[in-house]
Each structure stands twice: as C-alpha cells, then as structure tokens.
Design a protein around this ligand. Structure first.
Ligand code: FES
Length: 169
C-alpha cells in the first residue's frame, strides 16, 4: 500500500518527464533497437532508471518488465539508483593507483562523508571509482562531470569540491 502510494507520488511529480518519454517512444515505436534507445533517452530525462520508469516503458512498448530490468542491470551505462548532480570519479587504473589515487579517493570519501558508490544526502555528489581514463601521464587523475584534474594532491580535494558547491549559490 505504502509502496504504491510512493510510486504514484513519483509518477505525479514527474508528469512532465513521463510525457516527454512517451513522445519519444511514440517517435521510435516502429524502429529497431527501440529498447536501448528508449532506456538511453529515459536515463537522459530522469538521470536514472527506477522501477517506475521501467514499468512505464514496459507498458508503452509491450516489452516484459523482466527483460527491461535484465538490460538495465547488465549495462553499466544504466543506473537504477539516483545519482548526485555532480559525479566525482577517481581513476583506480594501475598508473593512477601507483601514484596514490587511493589517497585521493579516501580524502574525497572523507570530505563528502560517503563511501565509493554512494551519493551525498543533499544529492549533490556521487563518488565513483573509474578504470583507466587514458590520460595516465596525468596520474593520479580525478574527474568531476566532464572536468578532468591531473596530478591531484589529496590536499587539493576540498578546494576542487568547493568549486562545485559554490556554483550552486
Ligand atoms: S591509470 Fe588512470 S588514467 Fe590511466
């Protein structure tokens, strides 16, 4: 009962997003690869793919929910959990690891008060460990959204994070 209520609240509060998604589904309905396209679009719109969104896609496309869930959990580009506004990544590839990226990630976990894979309570930051980003010469490397920071000294972490916090005010 309670769960249903929460689901309905979610759907009502995202009315605009759901109608945008519906429009998209209608426009690709007869094309191939509709599921991947739709999931990508849905993730762009919502930022993540909770069950309510998967159910909606299932209803609109007649693709069974179990199949959709299978695809969403198989591909790492999709996420069921809501992510923070800013995604903070630290490369744990070999070169970065050797140059101390573990210290960078520890400092970030401390600064944001979350563990790797978690999102801050205010939904501002999600902390992630990444694989080699192809710029090993800059090791250790961290990213915030599209921005890349090289030769990161853990002491500089609070300063980098503050930049994104200040953008919000
Ligand atoms: S190992 Fe970190 S960018 Fe390559």
């Amino acid at each position: 009962m309670e769960v249903n209520k929460l689901q309905n609240e979610f759907i009502q509060s995202k009315h605009k997003e759901f109608s945008e998604l519906k429009k998209f589904i209608d426009s690709v309905k007869n094309s191939q690869g509709i599921l991947m396209q739709t999931l990508q679009k849905a993730q762009d719109i919502f930022g993540y793919l909770p069950l309510e969104v998967q159910q909606f896609i299932s209803d609109e496309t007649n693709i069974p929910l179990a199949d959709i869930y299978g695809v969403v959990t198989f591909y790492t580009q999709f996420t069921i959990e809501e992510k923070g506004k800013h995604r903070v990544g630290v490369c744990l590839g070999t070169a970065c690891y050797v140059k101390g990226s573990q210290d960078v990630i520890d400092k970030l976990a401390d600064e944001l008060d979350i563990k790797v894979g978690q999102t801050t309570e205010d939904k501002m930051f999600t902390l992630e460990a990444t694989r080699c980003l192809g710029c090993c010469g800059l090791a250790p490397v961290m990213t915030v959204d599209e921005d890349v920071y090289g030769n990161v000294d853990p002491k500089k972490v609070p300063e980098i994070i503050a930049k994104y916090k200040n953008q919000e005010v």
